[in-house]
Design a protein around this ligand. Sequence first.
Ligand code: ATP
Ligand code: MG
Length: 141
Amino acid sequence: MFQKILVAVDDSPAAQKAVNYAAQLAKLTNAQILIVHAYPKIPDYLGEPNLSQTIARYLEKAEELIEPVATQLQEAGLDVIPEILEGPPADAILRVADARNVDLIVMGARGLGSVASLLLGSVSQKVLAHATCPVMIVRES
Ligand code: ATP
Ligand code: MG
């Protein structure tokens, strides 16, 4: 049923929970898992060497975020593809989902954003509204 499952991570408890669900589903269906993290696009006007330094820092943080997740999933015997992308997270998630023909997107309801009264963060709202495949939204508690 699922051959490719995308899980979107941002270092929030809800995203970690989403990873656990994605892992269980992938195990059951023998699916491959794409771990996706997007970092912000840095404006060109920053100039060099600031531009490269800022990108390097974002990439480093993204790798620190993805690596433990990839290890967790690999240790569970899963086939994992890490994807670090630049740009607004929802656009990045939708773009990879399309390009890689993903069958399911798993993500948290909320991330690390500050508007705690909202039921869904802006990233999950946008992905839910525009995804062409099923989306599973996981709440922290
Ligand atoms: P907002 O960002 O609108 O203030 P929020 O941070 O509470 O709200 P979202 O950002 O929508 O909520 O996060 C919901 C889920 O979206 C996260 O649990 C995670 O699965 C995914 N997500 C958020 N940001 C990223 C990102 N930069 N890269 C990959 N996935 C992300
Ligand atoms: Mg957020």
